[in-house]
Ligand binder design. Structure first.
Ligand code: DC
Length: 231
């Protein structure tokens, strides 16, 4: 079977990464979570004093971009790849609400986007990849054979994220998570460089009232049809 590129975009916490992981596993493809890359740069910026709740030094961060080394390392026991920032596993640190609060600001920076899009395109040269993010079908892989654009109501998404954070032991309130989800939706879709928007040829997919199994089966069947058409 010929390998294709699958681009999954959508608002935060729409379940993109869950679907992307399932599809990658079923098809034997590589899975890349591009949000983790923006989050890792945000963590670097926070750790090095380039961004905080009250201040930011974007120029300083941009000067340091060449010193930021990002890589995904496959974790056999978990069955997926984890994010490494300058050779340190930061998978847990990048998922906090603190990082979520700052990440949209970092993802607006043109030089950050140029660096990450370049890395992402290199990861996908051989196809056989499922990549999720905000600009995958529009900017990173405009020629992807299958583009999926996922949506769900802000309340449903905030609730899913809230439960995830609670399960990890984070102390957060539903209201804080909902506020963060709505704020990120706004910034992600109104920024100057590569704003989140649905690619014209993307399949729209609202999973507000859909279980994980049904969601996977529908999209897996759809992917197989696209792959057969390509062969
Ligand atoms: O998917 P996520 O919530 O982990 O992404 C974190 C942030 O990174 C999100 O608010 C927007 C940004 N992002 C982006 O701008 N472009 C991408 N391709 C992926 C994420």
């Amino acid at each position: 079977m010929r390998k294709i590129t699958i681009a999954i975009d959508g608002f935060s916490s729409t379940g993109k990464s869950t679907l992307a992981k399932q599809l990658a596993k079923a098809l034997g493809y590589i899975y890349v979570d591009t949000g983790a890359m923006y989050r890792a740069i945000t963590l670097f910026a926070m750790q090095n004093g380039f961004i905080s709740a009250s201040s930011e030094n974007i120029e300083g961060l941009v000067e340091q971009l060449t010193n930021i080394n990002l890589k995904f390392v496959f974790n056999e026991s978990l069955g997926f790849s984890e994010m490494y920032l300058n050779d340190e596993n930061v998978e847990k640190e990048i998922r906090t609400l603190e990082v979520s609060r700052n990440v949209s600001r970092i993802a607006e920076i043109e030089q950050v986007r140029i660096k990450l899009v370049d890395l992402q395109q290199k990861m996908g040269v051989e196809k056989g990849i499922v990549m999720d993010g905000r600009d995958i079908g529009t900017v990173v892989f405009p020629d992807a054979e299958l583009k999926i654009f996922m949506t769900a109501s802000p309340e449903k998404r905030a609730y899913r994220r809230y439960k995830e954070l609670l399960d990890r032991g984070d102390k957060v309130t539903y209201e804080d998570v909902l506020e963060n989800v709505e704020k990120r939706d706004y910034i992600d879709s109104h920024r100057e460089f590569s704003p989140l928007k649905r690619a014209t040829n993307a399949v729209g997919f609202d999973n507000s009232d859909m279980g994980l199994k049904e969601q996977f089966e529908r999209m897996h069947n759809h992917a197989l049809r696209v792959i057969m058409k390509e062969a």
